[in-house]
Design a protein around this ligand. Structure first.
Ligand SMILES: Cc1cc2nc3c(=O)[nH]c(=O)nc-3n(C[C@H](O)[C@H](O)[C@H](O)COP(=O)(O)O)c2cc1C
Length: 228
């Protein structure tokens, strides 16, 4: 069998297996790795799960925005945005965004003027470290898109594909990429519902940003979402 056909066959078989299982294997507990890169943990207030704006209204008004009114984002708003992207929504550990095989390969980082945070979905907390270099450095690594560093908050959607590859092997990569789109869209819609400007940014140097964020090996950046 030629290599291309072999790969197609694996993908087709994997897709069929996923369809049959409904991707409903139980959610693995979050891999809490590299905590030492942070020096403190902050509890976030419980997310608002009712809201006061209709989903249809949010869909109708979402627009990419590249200018930001505020100079900071409250911890409440930050927690709500992170929950929208990756919050845990049932006792089995399933989350706001779907995940192939419930492998949850996505990590969310939040970057502000003076801190870098990493979301812990299971406990709805953030790991925090002080770092005033990162936000200002993002624009240059996003090919000079200056609005990226002008936002009070940038949420980085980060993937650890090995979590999905452990179940789906070579088929993991496109699954993880699709998944980052689900997560990003949730964050964009939540930002819209909160009356904030946001835009999904895919134009950046992923290696340089991984280095700036001091990501552990095996993790890479899929999206930057400036919000404010
Ligand atoms: C995969 C992807 C990558 C994008 N990358 C950028 C980007 O690097 N910079 C930017 O300003 N907008 C970026 N955008 C936003 C698009 O420009 C925007 O969605 C498009 O103009 C449609 O406008 P709307 O989002 O307001 O509907 C990206 C959108 C997607 C889906």
């Amino acid at each position: 069998m030629r290599e291309g056909r072999w790969l197609s066959a694996v993908i087709a078989i994997t897709a069929a297996a996923m369809a049959m299982s409904g991707c409903a294997s139980s959610a693995p507990s979050q891999v809490v790795s590299q905590t030492s890169r942070f020096d403190r943990i902050i509890d976030l207030d419980p997310a608002d799960t009712s809201g006061d704006v209709a989903l249809e209204e949010v869909l109708d008004s979402r627009r990419s925005g590249r200018s930001f009114a505020g100079s900071s984002v409250s911890l409440d708003v930050l927690g709500q945005l992170l929950w929208a992207g990756q919050g845990v929504t049932d006792a089995q550990g399933h989350r706001t965004a779907p995940s192939a095989g419930a492998r949850y390969p996505i990590e969310l980082y939040a970057i502000t003027a003076d801190e870098v945070m990493r979301y812990r979905p299971n406990s709805h907390q953030v790991d925090v470290r002080s770092d005033a270099r990162v936000l200002g450095g993002l624009a240059e690594l996003a090919f000079g898109q200056s609005f990226v560093s002008a936002a009070p908050l940038v949420i980085a959607v980060i993937a650890e594909p090995a979590r999905t590859a452990a179940e789906y092997g070579a088929a993991a990569e496109p699954l993880v990429d699709r998944e980052s789109g689900h997560v990003a869209q949730n964050i964009l819609l939540q930002a819209t519902a909160l009356g904030l400007s946001s835009v999904p940014v895919g134009g950046f140097d992923p290696h340089a940003i991984a280095e700036l964020l001091a990501l552990p090996p095996g993790q890479d950046v899929r999206y930057l979402i400036p919000v404010g």
